[in-house]
Design a protein around this ligand. Structure first.
Ligand SMILES: *Cc1c(COP(=O)(O)O)cnc(C)c1O
Length: 404
């Protein structure tokens, strides 16, 4: 049985107060909180075996290397990648996307096409625009509907033999919509196009199986699933990772170096130049263990309960509008009340100890679609409670009264 009070004991930060009120943390889509086991892993690393990896013969270096490679295998198993060297450790989702976008520069020519969804985070738009400028490729956009879902009929029309890569997030960070990535991947493959899925927002709620999805690239950030910031994963199918050039030159990614010619190391090292975030990688492994010990099915069903509860309570507030209130979404509610600026409500909520995100959520094209400056986004995690949602609802009512 899922016991949220027991879960909350794992997260020391949930005990703190903000402006004299108990913290209500509803900004989980921006970053998640860190359980004690992950904090302990970080402390243990710096207290007991901090050393550079893959190079020393000494004991500390070997211990650190072993733990780092163990973490890679945990991540491999979690995503069900076929091979451990298809798991590249990155500094996060943004890094992973840039690695692929920049690698594709050598594979594209003028007139080739790239398809992106209208629901993207800026980090999944800008690198592709840069790629188009460099190569003369053309960017096409899958439009969205009022309810925050993608127009799949138009997607199928956009695909042609010129399409080289399609990218889409698994779950939208601004709205919480779960996108039909199976269909997106399957259809792109019929035209020989590669597919990159941004899983930053999906991985805290869903355990993706990259082999079953048959996805070419899948990226995520540790800090959104109870891990530390500055570390993430790029899964790539071996054949693609072999085809793409390295992203950065430096130590660790070479086999031999002379001034005439350098040969690159094999996977995954070809994409891991320089000293990585060793502690972060190990802590990422610990975070995945923790999440799996809670269980992704348990997490999804409890979060869904929170989502339904919060949705019905919030909709009782007069003038409150939820964007993309569709059936297929994770526990994210993006809303506004009348014409009140989201920032003003967010500031009052902060005074009440409630952390929400306000603004465009790095997804300005979505805000332009709804013709609004931004939204208030409350995003829930499995350590949140219905009592906290009651505090949010009362806070929104109070803010609305003060600002009307
Ligand atoms: C958070 C997020 C990103 C960016 O992740 P970083 O860890 O900042 O690199 C990209 N895409 C989506 C959907 C996100 O939610």
């Amino acid at each position: 049985m899922f016991n949220v009070d027991k879960i909350r004991e794992d997260f020391p930060i949930l005990k703190r107060t903000v402006h004299g009120k108990s913290l209500v943390y509803f900004d989980n889509a921006a970053t998640s909180q860190t359980p004690q086991v992950v904090i302990d892993t970080i402390v243990d690393y710096y207290s007991n075996y901090n050393a550079n990896i893959h190079r020393g013969v000494h004991t500390l270096s070997q211990e650190a290397t072993d733990k780092y490679e163990e973490a890679r295998i945990k991540i491999q198993k979690h995503f069900n990648a076929e091979k451990a060297y298809e798991i590249i450790l990155t500094s996060g989702t943004t890094h992973g996307i840039n690695m692929i976008a920049s690698g594709f520069a050598s594979l594209l020519k003028t007139g080739d096409e790239i398809i992106v969804s209208a629901l993207e985070h800026h980090s999944n738009i800008v690198p592709w625009q840069m790629l188009c400028e460099k190569t003369g490729a053309i960017l096409k956009v899958i439009p969205m509907d009022e309810d925050g879902t993608l127009r799949m009929d138009i997607y199928h029309e956009l695909l042609t033999n010129k399409t080289k890569i399609v990218f889409c997030n698994h779950v939208s960070n601004a709205l919480g919509t779960i996108n039909p990535i199976e269909e997106i991947i399957h259809a792109a493959h019929k035209f020989g196009a590669a597919v990159l899925i941004d899983g930053a927002q999906a991985t805290p709620h869903i355990k993706p199986d990259v082999q079953e999805l048959d996805v070419d690239f899948y990226v995520a950030s540790a800090h959104k699933l109870c891990g530390p910031t500055g570390v993430g994963v790029l899964y790539g199918k071996e054949e693609w990772l072999q085809k793409l050039p390295p992203y950065q030159g430096g130590g660790e990614m070479i086999e031999t170096v002379t001034f005439d010619k350098t040969t690159y190391a094999g996977l995954p090292h070809k994409f891991e130049a320089g000293t990585p975030n060793i502690c972060g990688g190990i802590a990422f492994g610990a975070a995945i263990d923790y999440m799996n010990s809670v269980g992704f099915e348990t997490i999804a069903s409890y979060e869904n309960e929170l989502l339904e509860y919060a949705t019905s309570k919030l909709l009782n507030i007069e003038g409150l509008k939820i964007y993309a209130n569709n059936k297929c979404k994770t526990a994210v509610i993006s809303f506004n009340v009348n014409d009140i600026h989201p920032y003003d409500i967010g500031s009052i909520l902060d005074k009440l100890g409630i952390a929400v995100r306000t603004g465009h959520h790095c997804a300005q094209p979505i805000m332009d679609f709804y013709k609004i400056p931004g939204t208030i986004r409350a995003s829930f995690s499995f350590y949140n409670t219905k009592e906290e949602i009651d505090v949010l609802v009362a806070g929104v009512k109070r803010a609305t009264m003060m600002l009307s």
